[in-house]
Each structure stands twice: as structure tokens, then as C-alpha cells.
Design a protein around this ligand. Structure first.
Ligand SMILES: [Zn+2]
Ligand SMILES: [Zn+2]
Length: 109
């Protein structure tokens, strides 16, 4: 098919004879390293680039991602309440006194 292919060696295996040439990366590959895709031979490295599996769609990662999302939500909630707590603590003491006075005033009436 390709002249001089018998003299070519696999790109991954220097000791193996190449059987095909990848049209994408133009490297020669042995039977083990080449695979058929859409009626053309292509190396496994290029095949991986052609059809990348999104990380989040992999079943093994979905659970991890959901867990991380939940954790991030909890952290955000904790941070939110922490900020509120800090805000209340940093309020001037007169505010609290005023509130106490207001409650006392309500009790007297
Ligand atoms: Zn290739
Ligand atoms: Zn090989």
C-alpha cells in the first residue's frame, strides 16, 4: 500500500514492523498500535484525540463530581453563616444595648 512500509518500524515499538500509517500524525504503527475508525486506520493516540470522553461524563467521575459539588455547597453555606456571625460580632455594642433597652421598654408597657 505504502512504498517502503516494510522497512518502517512502529512509532511505539522500535522492534516491531509497521503495518499501517496513521493519516493524522503520519507515523507508522504496528498492528497493536493501530485501530480502525470510520473505515480508516488510525493510531490509538489520534483516536483518543478524535473522540475524547468528557471527564464529567465518565461514570467513575460523576459520583466524585457530585460529591465535590455537595461539599462546595456545604462550604459555601458554612462560609455564609460564618460571615453573618462575624458581622454580628463586629456590630457596635450600642446596637445590642439599644435592642435590650427596646425589649425592656416593651416589657414595661
Ligand atoms: Zn496518529
Ligand atoms: Zn506498536
Amino acid at each position: 500500500m505504502i512504498p517502503g512500509i516494510s522497512h518502517q518500524r512502529c512509532f511505539n515499538h522500535a522492534q516491531r514492523e509497521a503495518v499501517a500509517r496513521c493519516p493524522k500524525c503520519t507515523q507508522f504503527f504496528c498492528r497493536e498500535c493501530i485501530t480502525e475508525h470510520d473505515d480508516q486506520v488510525i493510531c490509538t493516540a489520534c483516536l483518543r484525540k478524535l473522540a475524547p470522553i468528557p471527564l464529567l461524563q465518565r461514570p467513575a467521575f460523576t459520583g466524585v463530581f457530585r460529591g465535590a459539588q455537595l461539599l462546595a455547597g456545604l462550604l459555601l453555606a458554612w462560609f455564609f453563616f460564618y460571615l453573618i456571625g462575624q458581622g454580628l460580632l463586629s456590630l457596635p455594642s450600642s446596637f445590642h444595648e439599644g435592642t435590650l433597652w427596646h425589649i425592656k421598654w416593651l416589657d414595661e408597657n
